[in-house]
Design a protein around this ligand. Structure first.
Ligand SMILES: O=C(O)CCC(=O)C(=O)O
Ligand SMILES: [Fe+2]
Length: 344
């Protein structure tokens, strides 16, 4: 049975998120078995946890500690790295700068955004930057000491997890497992997020991160253990908690992979509300495609009952459109927020 034909049995009314142990993926049989579990999770939920991902505990501790120190610096120091001053939108994003859900008044998080970069920096070259996104300059704070190394060590460790996953996604889509090897972007975007606790009166229009789906192919998310804040929307419009499970990462499908799979893989809406009473930290890393890759529904995801729902589009063009739309909304939101109190 082709993938497109299996969709009849799909049910998006999940009430929990599956956990997949990726610790054993050395033989083809092991990877095929994992791919079946992943396929099931992507079709029914769009989210899953992975266990035994291989990122060392101390790599996570170091990036978390760097984030905590950086976010506790005075605002004027952080604003020297304001992300909208760089064309590639990297650097510091203050509270309420973004408003991902137009129904809201602003997102109550601050973040630090980087693109993948070699640990030993390559020489910057204006001429070559268009061909090699690893050459786009990140903005780095001068303190805390070791911030760059901590962010990049985690980033490289998570990129290795992504390399295992994208091969499993290919298998899950009945494609040769190396199908995406030459299609993924060199430089994936990673973000360290800090959500202050929301202690004021409940107001649905101001939450940590408004309801949205991610743009890219898939996201690898580390979330702080012990703090419930992330929620995932099922097909019955019920919010399901993505409770942090120690030792796991959360993986979710983004719009680009959903479109490529003719919506067979779900790009599931999620949001963050931090009413835990304490600060919460998380680190998503977004895996996108090289901007030149042409995306049209894969043949395994199309059948006579399930015709292609999308035109061919280049990945770059698609993501650009979504980004522009998001930033247009965010500017309007930050103007609005400036006219109000900060709403906490
Ligand atoms: O902080 C989280 O748990 C999720 C963040 C998120 O959804 C995003 O950055 O797209
Ligand atoms: Fe997200």
């Amino acid at each position: 049975m082709s993938l497109a034909e299996t969709t009849a049995s799909v049910n998006g009314a999940f009430d929990s998120i599956p956990i997949i142990d990726i610790g054993h993926a050395s033989t083809h049989e092991e990877r095929a078995a994992l791919a079946r579990q992943i396929r099931d999770a992507c079709m029914n939920v769009g989210f899953f946890y992975i266990r035994n991902h291989g990122i060392p505990e101390e790599t996570i501790d170091e990036v978390l500690s760097a984030m905590k120190t950086f976010f506790s610096l005075p605002l004027e120091m952080k604003m020297k790295l304001y992300h909208r001053q760089s064309v590639h939108v990297r650097g510091y994003e203050p509270l309420l700068d973004s408003n991902v859900d137009p129904a809201n008044r602003g997102d109550l998080y601050e973040s630090f955004v980087i693109g993948g970069e070699e640990l030993v920096p390559k020489e910057y070259d204006d001429e070559k930057v268009h061909d090699d996104s690893m050459l786009i300059k990140n903005l780095w704070p001068s303190e805390p000491a070791g911030f760059r190394e901590a962010f990049l060590s985690y980033c490289h460790a998570a990129l290795s997890v992504g390399k295992v996953l994208h091969r499993l996604f290919a298998l899950a889509l009945d494609l040769p497992e190396t199908s995406f090897d030459d299609k993924l972007q060199h430089c994936q975007i990673m973000r360290g997020l800090h959500y202050p606790p929301q202690t004021g009166p409940e107001d649905d229009r101001i939450i940590g991160f408004g309801a949205h789906s991610d743009f890219q192919c898939f996201t690898i998310l580390w979330q702080e253990p012990g703090i419930q804040a992330l929620q995932v929307l099922n097909s019955e419009k019920k919010w399901i908690n993505a409770t942090p499970i120690p030792g796991t990462l959360v993986i979710n499908i983004g719009d680009l992979l959903s479109r490529w799979t003719n919506n067979i893989f779900r790009s599931t809406v999620h949001r963050v509300i931090n009413r835990s009473g304490v600060c919460r930290y998380s680190i998503p890393l977004f895996f996108g495609l090289d901007t030149h890759v042409e995306v049209e529904p894969l043949s395994s995801c199309v059948s006579s009952e399930r015709p292609a729902k999308y035109e061919r589009i280049s990945s770059g063009e698609y993501v650009q459109k979504l980004m522009q739309e998001m930033y247009r909304r965010s500017f309007t939101a930050s103007d609005d927020a400036a006219r109000h109190d900060d709403g906490r």
